[in-house]
Write a protein that binds this ligand. Structure first.
Ligand code: PEP
Ligand code: MN
Length: 338
């Protein structure tokens, strides 16, 4: 349930409304927006007396929220959330934020070289996996801690904030110290215990949509993180499993519109994992921007043919530069700054 305050409410009236909600057994989340102040009930709101709350002074109206996600719900927070990822970079709020880099960190030359190239083309952040969730235990599993060290070198060389996947709670203290954005991969989207622990971190989280997850399940995973106090969640649409197997996954661009209506959280699109084909990345990246995405996360590799992971969907730094040039007018067209 949410209480929408009248525009001219007083401090005393706000206090009374909060107390009345707390007496009904819920915690209160206050959202002070540009136009409205909203009090959102966190927890079981079945004991709240809607009629009594409606009659309180300073209260404009009371609304039951039927969706199971609350903190992620736009009804609780009408204004778009803007997430600061460090280095002066923001996701949401009118920016088109492009994150680029290889699937996996492979060597110092590779990650620093790609970081410099994507930065020169206008990328705002660097991606690169150090811990890789591979289908086969015999496939390259990532360079682990050494990969994180190399990402930090690339960050030192370019100033780009780093985005990398967290696979296990053992990695949390090290990620808290070294990483700018904690990626939760599609395969861990419903690892609820991990989500709760990430919810206690102080870092922004890029939450990828699960392989076959509904929009509601995805938002409930965001809710897990937010319910522990971490509101810095960036959603990432990366394609879902369908019967179609020409592409690696099916990019669900309608989800971008859905989620931006249902939630205040920013959404970025990963055309690389969605399509699995490098030649499709440009077209789908453009389409994602047209659909209203707040950003893109794109796999870029200096030598895709010899990449240790996801070479087929990786574009070269040259192709990335050409894509960025095309994204500028596209961003302008939808009123975003790139
Ligand atoms: C990745 O970003 O390299 C990755 C493994 O993505 P996803 O979790 O979307 O498959
Ligand atoms: Mn990948």
């Amino acid at each position: 349930m949410v209480i929408i305050m009248k525009p001219e409410f007083t401090g005393k009236q706000l206090e009374n409304a909060i107390r009345a909600m707390e007496e009904g057994g819920v915690k209160v989340m206050i959202s002070k927006g540009a136009e409205t102040t909203i009090l959102g009930a966190e927890g079981d709101s079945s004991r709240l007396d809607e009629e009594r709350l409606t009659q309180l002074e300073g209260v404009e109206r009371v609304m039951r929220v039927s969706e199971p996600y609350k903190k992620a719900n736009r009804k609780y927070h009408p204004d778009d959330s803007v997430i600061d990822i460090g280095g002066g970079v923001q996701v949401g709020g009118g920016a088109l934020t492009v994150i680029a880099g290889p699937c996996s960190v492979e060597s110092e030359g590779q990650i620093v070289g790609v970081a410099q190239a994507v930065k020169a083309s206008g990328a705002a952040a660097l991606r690169g996996g150090a811990y890789k969730p591979r289908t086969s235990p015999y496939a390259f599993q990532g360079k682990g801690m050494e990969g994180i060290r190399l990402l930090l070198e690339a960050k030192a060389a370019t100033g780009l904030p780093i985005v990398t996947e967290l696979m296990s709670s053992d990695q949390i203290p090290m990620f808290e110290e070294c990483v700018d954005v904690v990626q939760i991969g599609a395969r861990n989207m419903q690892n609820f215990d991990l989500l709760k622990k990430v919810g206690r971190m102080k870092k922004p989280v890029l939450l990828k949509r699960g392989l076959s997850s509904t929009i509601e399940e995805w938002l409930m995973s965001a809710e897990y993180i937010m319910s522990e106090g971490n509101n810095q969640v960036i959603l990432c649409e990366r394609g879902i499993r369908t019967f179609e197997n020409f592409t690696r996954n099916t990019l669900d661009l309608s989800a971008v519109l859905a989620v931006k209506t249902l939630s205040h959280l920013p959404v970025v699109v990963d055309p690389s994992h969605a399509c699995g084909k490098a030649w499709m990345v440009e077209g789908m990246a453009m389409a994602a921007v047209a659909a209203g995405a707040d950003g893109l996360i794109i796999e870029v590799h200096n030598d895709p043919a010899n990449a240790l992971c996801d070479g087929a969907q990786s574009i070269t730094p040259g192709q990335f530069s050409a894509l960025m040039a095309k994204l500028h007018p596209m961003a302008q067209c939808v009123g975003k700054t790139l």
